[in-house]
Each structure stands twice: as C-alpha cells, then as structure tokens.
Design a protein around this ligand. Structure first.
Ligand code: 9MR
Length: 566
C-alpha cells in the first residue's frame, strides 16, 4: 500500500482556458500560511524545463484569507501545452495565439440557448435542442398595470425575449444593461462583428448575427410599452417562480405588472441606442429605426411625468402578490442621465441635452441598478459629435478615474486582479466582466496599452485565477462549474450544463437570501468574499446565470480577441 500523501500546502490558480501569446501571463500560488522562496518549474511537452525559479515572499489576499505569490510566466510565449510544478502540485496550461474562439462563440450563443417562445433546433442547439415554451401570446394585464385602454386581465401578446436567468421571467430593467452591452459591442467594433457568423437560425443575411440576436429581445421589449400612455411594464412574470422544468412544461399564467420609472428609462436608453444602430439597416426592417426612436421618446416623456414610481413587492403595495425577481431601484438619477445621453446622441435634440448634467454622472462599475458608467461609455464613443454640446472632457475623466483605479489594483494587489471588497456582491463575476469593459474603453480613449495589459491579466480571474480555483464559464476549464442554477440545464436530461454561461460567483453581500443552500445540506466552503461560492443548484445567490453577467463577458472576450488579432 502506498502512503496517502499529506494534503498539499499549495493550490495553483491559473487561467484554465489559456494564456495568449505576446501578453503578460501570471500564475498564482495560494497557501493557507505565508511562504517564501518556493521553487517552481515550467516544463514543455517534451519535458524540457523552459522556466524555473523561486517565488518571493507571499502576500495576504484579505478577500480570500489566503497567502499568494504570483509567478510571471510571460516568457513562456511559444504556442503549446506546458506543465507548472510547485512542491507536490502540478497543473497543465496552454499558450496560444487565440485560445478563445470557442468560448466567444458559446458565450454569445448563451442568448440563443435562452430564448423564450421558440423551439431550438438540433442544427443550432445540438443536444440542447428543445421544444418551444412560454409563447407569451396570452399575457394578462395585472391589476397594478391598468391604463385607459388596458383594463385588468386584458390580454396582450408579448413573445420572444431572453429568459432573465435560471428562471423563466423577463425583466425590463435587467434587459436594459444586457441589451445595451451587446449593442455597445457592435457599435464599438462594427466591422469585426459584421464579419462574424454564428450558428443561430438567422445566420448570415443582411443583418450581422449579433443584431439578429439583439432583435429577438428588442422585439419583446417593444411589446412592454403601453401604447396608451408610453409607460413601460417593469416585467413579464408569473406570480411565483416555476418548478425545475423545461420551458415546454411551463404553464403558469403570465402577467405584465406595474410600470416603473426605472423600466421606462432603461427602455428609453436601449431603444435610443438601437434606433441609431438599426438606422444603417433600414432595408431589413423599413421604419424600424424610427419606431425605436419614437418608443424611446414616449418612454422618456412618461418617466419625466412619473419620476418616482419605484417597483417594490414588499409592504402590501400593488404588486405584493408577485414573488419573482424584483429588480427594485429607488435611485433613478443615473437612469435619467443615461437615457438623456442616449436620446441626445441619437436625436441631437436640445430637450435631452438640457437634461444632461455631466458633473452628476458618477464613475465606478456599471450594474443593473447603476447605469451612470453606461452613459460615460456612450459619451466617450461619441466624443467627437458631443464636444461643444456637453462637457466630454469631464465625462472621460470620470471614466478614466475608475479605469486607473482598476489598473492599479491589477498592478499592485496580492492577486493581480480588478476585484476588491464590495465587488463581491451578488453577481460578482458580472462585475469582473464590467471592469474589463471599462479597461477596454479606457484603452480606446487613450491608446495607452497599460489598460489593455491590465485587462488581459485580470481576465484570468474568470477562468480560474481566483479565490475558488473554478473556471466560472460552463463548458470551459479544467475545474469547470457544472451545476448552475439554471432550470434548462437542470431539467433537460443532458448531464453537462448548457455551455458558455458565466455563473454569478462568490459573494458575501449582506442579503437575506444568501442562506440559499441551508435546506440542502450544502454549505459554503468559507465565508471569505472571494471564496464564498458553491457549485450546486441550490445556490441561486452564487451559482445562477443571467443575461446581464454574460453580456460583458461577450463584450470583453470579443474585444480582447480583436486586439489579439490586430
Ligand atoms: O442580480 C440580482 C442581484 O443583484 C440581487 O441582489 C438579487 C436579489 O434581489 O437578484 C438578482 O437578480 C435575480 C432576479 O431577481 C431574478 N432572476 C435571477 C437573477 C439573478 O440571480
């Protein structure tokens, strides 16, 4: 009998999808106690030593409680597969010119896999083919949402759209940032996207595939505007979450519920952006760009007349019989700025310009309740046409202030990542994607390569160089997440989850829901913010998937690939 080796002192955290030639490359060694002078070796596939050395002293990473030493393997730059050894540990990693082609495709196809109201055919979906569900052609007006022309229980048709997440509901607020991010990807890298094709039903044709996918959700969003007053329903939902079933087995009555200021403004911003983008594809849908512009204006007008209608399911209010995702937001000054900025960019009309107050637009990382940075991103991209009308310099400085902080973190934190402290809230992996988004935009604004260097280093976090050692995108990595909180993956009878989905990730936000696994006999391995995560169905607070977390992944991985090929 061989002796059982003692538990290893070290855990190697590395980018499991692969490192890129010509870029900085980092492997992190983690241990529970501090260490120094630890020898490591890198071997190529012929067992030749291509790099060896000893670490410096480790640093405490307070977000995980671990001690970390980083090894710079940038010199290992020839394409190939290598082994990294430290003490008794060995991992294998790849270096390639473009190791992300498949990941990019699957991250984008996430949206197709999560379409409502359609069957997925095997030609596009392979083993994830499924019959149609949630047609949403018989949706009721909830008592909270009536208007002069639409009484309670009036039936409307509101098909298409993407499921928000692991659940089957469709929420306007979260559709806002998600759809914007995909549209921004197209607006910022138009030529590249025009040349990309994906295996979706609309592949090829007059519209770039990314716009076909976005259209699937825009068509739904447009149905969420009440034609009688211009207001926008907060969400399309059943009263409660469904069981762990496939879309085709879903039979709960669906409603559109209360119009909210946040929904109207998210809708206005996204339809304004879409209007200027679809203006270039008039032949595909004549009149569509104008339709979008009018929809945006009507929603904005409604929001100005109803500036404080907040959506809340608590307190015995008009939607207290609804239990699904709330997406409540009681500060909409950021959404007002964002919508005004997008409407001004698209229309050039002074009414919108007069509502923009650049000094009130804050920095930081965008998220579903915080859209100021989205306004900054759009201003930066349209700087030339906006200069002279609004204070573009100030807006750009705000954006760069955040990017500088993120770059500093990558360069000087124990783990060489962008994540820190409060970033570990619900959907922390979405925050990583949005941080990459900002670094990439800062590079475009300044041509300063150090932002891009920081982004390439920080992206490792998503693929394993993090507090748990998991690669957080389904289908990718040596230690992949496998049990996401995603009804389709759970119920489809295929053991592997739908690929290309980034899970929410570790978090210690003070949210009452974070005891989500307590009844399942599953517990979090630690309470540290960077490692409080469990790869189990029960953990909707750390292991769900959503449209707003995948969107910055799609954005960042495509942008980083374009620069790699440049
Ligand atoms: O992403 C949302 C997170 O910021 C909130 O803290 C959390 C609780 O309100 O809700 C998250 O959004 C969920 C939504 O409400 C319903 N669909 C799944 C979403 C991701 O967990």
């Amino acid at each position: 009998l061989e002796a059982i080796p003692p538990p290893s002192t070290f855990d190697v955290r590395y980018n499991q999808v692969g490192y890129l030639t010509g870029r900085n490359k980092t492997i992190s060694i983690a241990a529970q106690s501090s260490f120094s002078n630890q020898a490591y070796t890198v071997l190529d596939s012929n067992d030749n030593i291509v790099l060896s050395g000893t670490t410096g002293p480790s640093s405490l990473w307070s977000d995980s409680g671990e001690h970390i030493a980083n090894v710079d393997i940038s010199g290992v730059d020839a394409e190939g597969t290598y082994r990294f050894q430290v003490d008794q540990e060995e991992i294998s990693f790849k270096v390639s010119n473009d190791g992300y082609a498949e990941l990019r495709e699957e991250a984008f196809k996430y949206y197709y896999y999560n379409r409502s109201s359609t069957a997925l055919e095997a030609t596009h979906a392979g083993v994830y083919a499924r019959p149609a569900g949630t047609p949403d052609t018989q949706v009721r007006i909830h008592s909270s949402a009536v208007s002069s022309g639409r009484p309670e229980n009036f039936i409307i048709s509101s098909p298409k759209g993407w499921y928000d997440a692991g659940d089957y509901n469709k929420y306007i607020v979260n559709s806002g940032i998600s759809t914007y991010t995909l549209l921004a990807a197209f607006e910022h890298y138009k030529t590249e996207w025009e040349n990309l094709q994906y295996n979706i039903p609309e592949q090829g044709g007059d519209l770039p595939d990314i716009l076909d996918e976005v259209l699937w959700n825009l068509d739904w969003m447009l149905t969420m505007q009440d034609p009688f007053d211009g207001g926008v329903y907060h969400k399309l939902t059943a009263k409660s979450f469904s069981g762990r079933i496939m879309p085709a087995d879903y039979n709960l009555q669906r409603y559109v519920v209360q119009k909210s200021t946040a929904a109207a403004l998210n809708f206005a911003a996204v339809t304004a952006v879409a209007s200027r983008i679809f203006a270039d594809y008039e032949s595909v849908r004549p009149g569509f760009s104008t339709q979008l512009e009018n929809a945006a204006k009507d929603a904005y007008t409604w929001a100005k007349a109803n500036p404080t209608v907040y959506y809340s399911q608590g307190g015995g209010g008009p939607v207290s019989d609804i239990q699904t995702g709330e997406y409540g937001d009681t500060n909409v000054t950021d959404e007002f700025q964002w919508a005004a900025v997008e409407l001004f960019i698209t229309t050039g009309e002074n009414t919108y310009k007069d509502d923009i107050n650049v000094s009130s637009i804050g920095g930081g990382t965008p998220s579903w309740p915080y859209s100021d940075p989205l306004a900054l991103i759009s201003i930066a991209h349209h700087a030339t046409s906006l200069t002279g009308s609004i204070n573009v310099t100030q807006a750009n400085n705000t954006l760069l202030g955040t990017a500088n902080e993120l770059r500093d973190r990558v360069n000087s934190s124990a783990m060489k990542i962008t994540m820190e402290g409060n970033d570990y809230s619900w959907g922390s992996n979405g925050a990583v994607g949005n941080q990459l988004f900002l670094l990439i935009r800062a590079y475009e604004l300044t041509n300063d390569e150090s932002y891009l260097d920081a982004a390439y280093t920080a992206m490792d976090y998503i693929f394993g160089r993090n507090g748990t050692g998991f690669s957080y995108v389904t289908g990718f990595g040596d230690k992949q997440v496998f049990e996401p909180h995603h009804r389709i993956s759970d119920a489809d009878g295929v053991s592997a989850p739908v690929p290309g989905m980034i899970v929410g990730g570790p978090q210690n936000e003070n949210n009452p829901d974070t005891g989500d696994c307590s009844g399942s006999g599953v517990s979090f391995p630690t309470n540290f913010p960077a490692s409080k995560y469990v790869d189990h169905w029960c953990s909707y607070s750390t292991n769900e998937i959503t449209i707003n977390w995948n969107a910055p992944l799609v954005y960042a991985m495509h942008a980083l690939d374009f620069y790699q090929r440049e």
